[in-house]
Design a protein around this ligand. Structure first.
Ligand code: NAD
Ligand code: UDP
Ligand code: UDP
Length: 340
C-alpha cells in the first residue's frame, strides 16, 4: 500500500475551490465525532449558534444518545450519522472535532480492546479523512496522559507516569498513541492539528449512571443514597464546567497553536471535600461512606493552565460551587426529583 512507502513530507492538499471561493469564504462544514456525548453535544449547541456553520455528528451511541441532540434533529444545517470511527468515513468537511471515545472509566474498561481500537484506528481514520479533504483536526486528549503524575500541577511539557499494562491503559495509552498519530500526520503530511488535554469536566447531560465522581455524587444525593468516596479520599481532581470547556476547545481550534494545551479548571479538591460540598449544597442529611477503589487511580491532578492563558487568552469562569447547582437542576429533571 502507498501508505507504507517512505516519502518526504508533502504539503496538505488545498481545500476544494468552491469552499475556498469568496462566495462561501466563512461557511464552515464541521464534523464532530462523538457529538452525541456529553461534551460533544454542548459543542454542537455552541457551533450551531453560528449561522455560517453546518454541523455533522458521527457517533455510534455507545455512551452518547440522540436525546442530547434532539433540538437539532431535522434542522437544515445539522446532520446526524450513526457511524463507528473504527470504520472509514468518506465525507467533505473543513474542520473535525474528534471526540469519539468513551470517557468514563466504567465504560472504557467495559471493552478495553474496543477502547484501544477507537483511539488508534478511529484517530487514524479521522486523520486520513483530514488528509484527503485538507481539513483541520482537533483531538480531545486527556489529563490521563500524565498518568499518576510525579509533577504537580501538570504542565504540557511533563511526559507523564503511565502504567502501560494496567486496566486504565487502554484509555491512557490509547490517547497517547492518538497524540503521536496527530503529530506524525502533521510532520509527515502537513495536516493542521490541534490537541487539547482535557481535565475532568462536569455539567448537565452527563450520563446519570456514568460512574464518574460528580455524576455519581449528585445522583446519590438526589436519590437519598450515601455518597461513595473511594479510598483513601485524599486523592484530588480539578473540575471544569462544560461551558468553559467548550469555549476553550473552540478557541484552540480557531487559534494558531497545535498544542497540546491543557484545558481544565485549576481549582483542586480531594474527593472527601467534593462529597462534603455536594452534601452541603444538595442534601445535608446524606451520609458519606468510604468504599474500595480501583487500581492505578491517580493520586493528584491539577492543570497548569499558563499556556492556555497565554496562547488562547482562555481561563475558566465557572467555580465548582456555581456549576454544581446547574448540574443538580438537570439531574432533578431527569430523575424526577423535585426540590422541596
Ligand atoms: P462521552 O462518553 O459522553 O462521549 C463520547 C462519545 O463518543 C459518545 O457519544 C459515544 O457514543 C461516542 N463514541 C464512543 N466510541 C465511538 C466510536 N467507536 N465511534 C463513534 N462514536 C463513538 O464522553 P465525554 O465526556 O463527552 O468525552 C468526550 C471526549 O473528551 C472523549 O474523547 C474523552 O476522552 C475526552 N475527555 C473527556 C473528559 C471528561 O472529563 N469528560 C476528560 C478528558 C478527556
Ligand atoms: N480514511 C477515511 N476517510 C477518508 C480518507 C481515509 O476514513 O476520507 C481512512 C482510510 O480508510 C485509512 C485511514 O483513514 O484507513 C488513513 O488514511 P491514509 O490515507 O492516511 O492512509 P492509507 O489509506 O494510505 O493507509
Ligand atoms: N470516585 C469516588 N467515588 C465515585 C466515583 C469516583 O470517590 O463514586 C473517585 C475516583 O476514585 C477518582 C476520582 O473520584 O479518584 C475521579 O474519578 P472519575 O471516575 O470521575 O474520573 P477519573 O479522573 O478517574 O477519570
Amino acid at each position: 500500500a502507498s501508505s507504507d512507502k517512505q516519502t518526504s513530507p508533502k504539503p496538505p492538499p488545498s481545500p476544494s475551490p468552491l469552499r475556498n471561493s469568496k462566495f462561501c469564504q466563512s461557511n464552515m462544514r464541521i464534523l464532530i465525532s462523538g457529538g452525541a456525548g456529553f461534551i460533544g453535544s454542548h459543542l454542537v449547541d455552541k457551533l450551531m449558534e453560528n449561522e455560517k456553520n453546518e454541523v455533522i455528528v458521527a457517533d455510534n451511541y455507545f455512551t452518547g444518545s440522540k436525546d442530547n441532540l434532539k433540538k437539532w434533529i431535522g434542522h437544515p444545517r445539522f446532520e446526524l450519522i450513526r457511524h463507528d470511527v473504527t470504520e472509514p468515513l468518506l465525507i467533505e468537511v473543513d474542520q473535525i472535532y474528534h471526540l469519539a471515545c468513551p470517557a468514563s472509566p466504567i465504560f472504557y474498561k467495559y471493552n478495553p480492546v474496543k477502547t484501544i481500537k477507537t483511539n488508534v484506528i478511529g484517530t487514524l481514520n479521522m486523520l486520513g479523512l483530514a488528509k484527503r479533504v485538507g481539513a483541520r483536526i482537533l483531538l480531545t486528549s486527556t489529563s490521563e496522559v500524565y498518568g499518576d503524575p510525579l509533577i504537580h500541577p501538570q504542565p504540557e511539557s511533563y511526559w507523564g507516569n503511565v502504567n502501560p499494562i494496567g486496566v486504565r491503559s487502554c484509555y491512557d495509552e490509547g490517547k497517547r498513541v492518538a497524540e503521536t498519530l496527530m503529530f506524525d500526520y502533521h510532520r509527515q503530511h502537513g495536516i493542521e492539528i490541534r490537541i487539547a488535554r482535557i481535565f475532568n469536566t462536569y455539567g448537565p447531560r452527563m450520563n446519570i449512571d456514568d460512574g464518574r465522581v460528580v455524576s455519581n455524587f449528585i445522583a446519590q444525593a438526589l436519590r437519598g443514597e450515601a455518597l461513595t468516596v473511594q479510598k483513601p479520599g485524599t486523592q484530588t481532581r480539578s473540575f471544569c464546567y462544560v461551558s468553559d470547556m467548550v469555549d476553550g476547545l473552540m478557541r484552540l481550534m480557531e487559534g494558531d497553536d497545535t498544542g497540546p494545551i491543557n484545558i481544565g479548571n485549576p481549582g483542586e479538591f480531594t474527593m472527601v471535600e467534593l462529597a462534603e460540598t455536594v452534601k452541603e449544597l444538595i442534601n445535608p442529611s446524606i451520609e458519606i461512606k468510604m468504599v474500595e477503589n480501583t487500581p492505578d487511580d491517580p493520586r493528584q491532578r491539577k492543570p497548569d493552565i499558563t499556556k492556555a492563558k497565554e496562547v488562547l487568552g482562555w481561563e475558566p469562569k465557572v467555580k465548582l460551587r456555581e456549576g454544581l447547582p446547574l448540574m443538580e437542576e438537570d439531574f432533578r429533571l431527569r430523575l424526577g426529583v423535585l426540590k422541596n
